[in-house]
Design a protein around this ligand. Structure first.
Ligand code: DAH
Length: 342
C-alpha cells in the first residue's frame, strides 16, 4: 500500500509538470483525488492492513494526500498567474473612452430625506440629536411620563410587552427620552430624538405597527408657550419651505400641562378646504405642550426654577404630507415601484 501511495505521489508530480491548461489540471485532479479516483481505490486496501499497522498507514496515507494536494495547489497558482499575465498583455486601455452610463443609482428613502431636513433645522436652533433604546422599561415609557399604573391613558397606546419579562416593552413613543435626556444632561437643554416606535395595532392606510416619531424638548429658565409656537413654526417652514400658519387646540397627554394639538393651515387650499385637509382648512400635525412638573422632577430638574416644552412629531405623517403619500404602509414596504419615485 505504501508503494502504491508513493507511486501516486510520483505520478502526480510527473504529470503535473506537463500540464499547461486549467482543464487538464482539473481532469488529473479528478482522476487521482476524486471520489472515484486512484487515491480512493488505494485507501480501500486499508481494511486489509493488519490491525497493528492500520493506524500508522492511515497517517501515512493522509500525509501523501496532503503532499499531493499541495503540488496541485501550487500548479493552480502558477497557471492562474500565467493566465493573468497573458490577459494583461493582450489588454489595451483607452483612457479617452467614455465610461458606460450609470443605469441605476441608489438614493435616500423619503423618510431619511425629511429626517435630514428636520435635523438640519433643529441643529441650526442649537438642539442636539439624541437616540434612545427601542426596548424600553415600563418606567420610562409610562411611569416617569406621569402615566400612573392602571391609568386608562395607558390603553391609548396598544403596547407590545416582552414575554416573560415583566416591566419591559417596545417603546410606544419617543417620549421616554424626555426623562432620559434630562437625567443625563440636566437643564438647560435642547434636544430632539428621532426614532422608531411600536404599537400593537391593526394596520390600515394611516396606521402601522412600526413607525417613526421625532420627539423634542427645550428646557430653560422662563420657557413659555410663545417659545413653543416659534420653534414649531420654524420646524414646519424648514420642511415645507414656505411660511406656514399654525393654531393650537387643547389636547390631553399626561406628561404635558397644558397640552395641545398643533394644526397647520393647509398649504394646498390655503385654508379654504380641500380633500387633502378633509375640508377643514387645517391639518393636525403635532401634539405638544408644556412639560409637566412631575416629568421635570423625574428628570432631576426643579420645576420652580425651570420650565420647558415638549413635542412629538409624527415623522412618517410629515413625510406623507410632504410627498402626498396616501398609505403609510408604503414607507416600510420595500416596494421598488414606490421607492424609485423619490
Ligand atoms: N408621545 C405622544 C404619542 O405618541 C405624542 C406627544 C404628545 C409627544 C405631546 C409630546 C407631547 O412630546 O408634548 O402619542
Amino acid at each position: 500500500m505504501k508503494q502504491a501511495l508513493n507511486a501516486l505521489k510520483k505520478e502526480a508530480e510527473r504529470t503535473l509538470k506537463k500540464i499547461t491548461v486549467q482543464s487538464e489540471l482539473f481532469e488529473l485532479e479528478t482522476a487521482l483525488l476524486g471520489r472515484k479516483g486512484k487515491l480512493t481505490e488505494i485507501l480501500k486496501g486499508l481494511k486489509d492492513t493488519p490491525k497493528q499497522s492500520r493506524k500508522a498507514m492511515g497517517v501515512f496515507a493522509n500525509r501523501i494526500k496532503e503532499d499531493v494536494l499541495r503540488v496541485f495547489e501550487n500548479k493552480k497558482q502558477e497557471l492562474d498567474e500565467k493566465q493573468w499575465a497573458s490577459l494583461a498583455q493582450d489588454e489595451w486601455n483607452d483612457l479617452s473612452e467614455p465610461a458606460l452610463p450609470v443605469k441605476a443609482r441608489g438614493h435616500l428613502h423619503p423618510r431619511t430625506i425629511v429626517g435630514e431636513e428636520l435635523e438640519a433645522v433643529f441643529k441650526s436652533l442649537g438642539f442636539m440629536v439624541l437616540e434612545g433604546p427601542e426596548l424600553e422599561s415600563d418606567f420610562y415609557n409610562f411611569e416617569a411620563l406621569n402615566f400612573p399604573s392602571n391609568h386608562p391613558a395607558r390603553e391609548s397606546m396598544d403596547t407590545f410587552f416582552i414575554k416573560n419579562q415583566p416591566g419591559w416593552l417596545l417603546r410606544t413613543h419617543t417620549s421616554p427620552l424626555q426623562v432620559r435626556a434630562v437625567q443625563k444632561y440636566g437643564a438647560p437643554i435642547r434636544a430632539i430624538v428621532p426614532g422608531r416606535v411600536f404599537r400593537n395595532e391593526a394596520t390600515d392606510a394611516s396606521h402601522e405597527h412600526t413607525f417613526y416619531q421625532l420627539e423634542g424638548i427645550m428646557i430653560d429658565k422662563g420657557i413659555s408657550i410663545a417659545n413653543l409656537i416659534a420653534v414649531m413654526k420654524e420646524l414646519l417652514q424648514g420642511v415645507f419651505k414656505r411660511t406656514v400658519e399654525v393654531r393650537l387646540r387643547p389636547g390631553h397627554f399626561p406628561f404635558v400641562e397644558p397640552g395641545f394639538e398643533l394644526d397647520m393651515k393647509c398649504l394646498l387650499c390655503g385654508g379654504a378646504g380641500c380633500s387633502a385637509c378633509k375640508h377643514k382648512g387645517w391639518l393636525e400635525v403635532l401634539p405638544c405642550g408644556m412639560m409637566h412638573p412631575r416629568v421635570l422632577e423625574f428628570g432631576g430638574v426643579d420645576p420652580r426654577e425651570y420650565s420647558g416644552f415638549a413635542f412629538g412629531l409624527g415623522w412618517d405623517r410629515l413625510v406623507m404630507m410632504r410627498y402626498n403619500i396616501e398609505d403609510i404602509r408604503h414607507l416600510n414596504s420595500g416596494d421598488m415601484k414606490f421607492l424609485t419615485q423619490f
